[in-house]
Write a protein that binds this ligand. Structure first.
Ligand SMILES: CNc1nc2c(CC[C@H]3O[C@@H](OC)[C@H](OC)[C@@H]3O)c3nc(N)[nH]c(=O)c3cc2[nH]1
Length: 373
């Protein structure tokens, strides 16, 4: 049987690539932005809308879903795709990052992470094997290894031990995942802001011959320059014929910078979370619609956008909804933001295919500067 998970690079422009990941549940056009649907929903959006905007894959999260509604329950109910009415690919994170940032009492050792639920204080063990088992129960198409992500800045000793633990956990996840045609398990490169550790992590993971490689441990408080330097450090050691996923990134500028350095996949809560708080991303930059200057601005966010949230409603109305805390405000701004992110990704894919990425990035950044003035 041909392997049902394939990645094809259609064109390159410098280190940037555009291509497709083909899986049984659908095709993921890269560079891809993956809307975050942590608890089985992309907040404030209908799944049909998310698809219509151009998203080919959404994210779920082991930590949240194992606590509520529970992985075995999701499996009994037919899996995440059926529950959330998203028949396309789903990528699930392994939960480690969340445990370290959300859970109550937690103890990390070689076995895994023991923690107390932030919902009801119940105790849980998230081991590499259990994380893969949960992702399987959810029905995830692309599963992430369990890893230890260290926030930056951090002592080199902490970064080194987390990187080595993550490598040992990658091997255990690979054994637990076994051979599931049509599904994939990605390794996660760690190593903080230390180039030698980053290279060691990348080389060891590539030695496991995984289907794809994430760069983790970034967008955890470090300056953008450090994040970009680590991408440049790791990228040459990752195979060109497999996808690269930069976890938790990022702003539109982060994304264009990382795409030009060879990243294929992104996830970030920014467009959805910011939308719920009145912040919008447009071709003309970022606007805070809570600002009184919009109270009588009858112009739409972007008349040239195909998204009704951007070309139909006035800033004044959106400002009113945000100030009034109206649910429609969250819905429209989330819709606008995800639409802008997907338009940006479509523009990047097109520019790489045409060999004009540098021009596209220049034009895009010029547009952002307009609003800031
Ligand atoms: C924001 N910066 C950032 N996010 C990161 C995430 C996803 C968080 C996960 O949390 C949820 O969003 C809040 C998403 O879950 C659906 C996401 O996958 C990471 N996940 C793992 N396993 N390892 C990392 O090194 C890592 C680093 C990150 N840096």
């Amino acid at each position: 049987m041909t392997d049902q998970f394939s990645f094809t690079v259609a064109a390159t422009d410098g280190a940037a690539r555009t291509g497709e990941i083909r899986m049984p549940r659908g095709v993921i056009r890269t560079p891809a932005f993956m809307p975050v649907g942590t608890a089985g929903t992309v907040k404030a959006m209908y799944p049909e809308q998310v698809k219509a905007l151009g998203a080919d894959v959404v994210l779920g999260n082991t930590y949240h879903l194992m606590l509520r509604p529970g992985a075995e329950r999701v499996a009994r109910l037919g899996g995440l795709h059926a529950m959330m009415q998203w028949p396309y690919p789903i990528l699930t994170d392994s939960g480690g990052f969340q445990v370290m940032s959300l859970a109550g009492l937690r103890k990390l050792d070689e076995t895994g992470v023991r923690f107390q639920s932030h919902l009801d204080g119940s105790t849980h063990l998230l081991s590499p094997e259990r994380s893969i088992e949960i992702q399987g129960l959810l029905g995830s198409d692309i599963q992430m290894q369990l890893d230890e992500c260290v926030r930056l800045p951090a002592p080199e000793s902490a970064i080194e031990s987390a990187m080595r633990l993550s490598l040992r956990w990658a091997e255990r996840c690979r054994i637990a995942f076994g051979d599931q045609p049509g599904k994939a398990m990605f390794g996660i490169v760690q190593g903080g802001d230390i180039p030698a550790l980053r290279v060691e992590s990348a080389k060891a993971l590539v030695g496991l011959d995984l289907k794809g490689y994430a760069i983790g441990g970034l967008a955890v408080g470090e300056p953008q320059a450090t994040m970009l330097a680590m991408i440049e450090t790791v990228e040459p050691h990752l195979p060109t014929h497999k996808p690269r996923y930069l976890m938790g990134v990022g702003t539109p500028d982060d994304i264009v910078q990382a795409v030009s350095r060879g990243i294929d996949m992104f996830d970030c809560v920014m467009p959805t979370r910011a939308g719920r708080h009145g912040m919008v991303y447009t071709r003309h930059g970022r606007l805070n619609l809570r600002n009184a200057r919009f109270a009588e601005d009858n112009s739409p966010l972007d008349p040239d956008s195909t998204c009704p949230a951007a070309n139909l409603y006035s800033k004044a109305y959106l400002h009113h909804l945000v100030r009034a805390g109206e649910i429609l405000g969250m819905m429209l701004l989330t819709w606008n933001n995800l639409s802008y992110y997907q338009d940006l990704m479509a523009g990047l894919r097109k520019a790489i295919a045409a060999g004009r990425l540098a021009d596209f990035i220049g034009e895009t950044r010029e547009g952002w500067e307009k609003a800031e003035r």
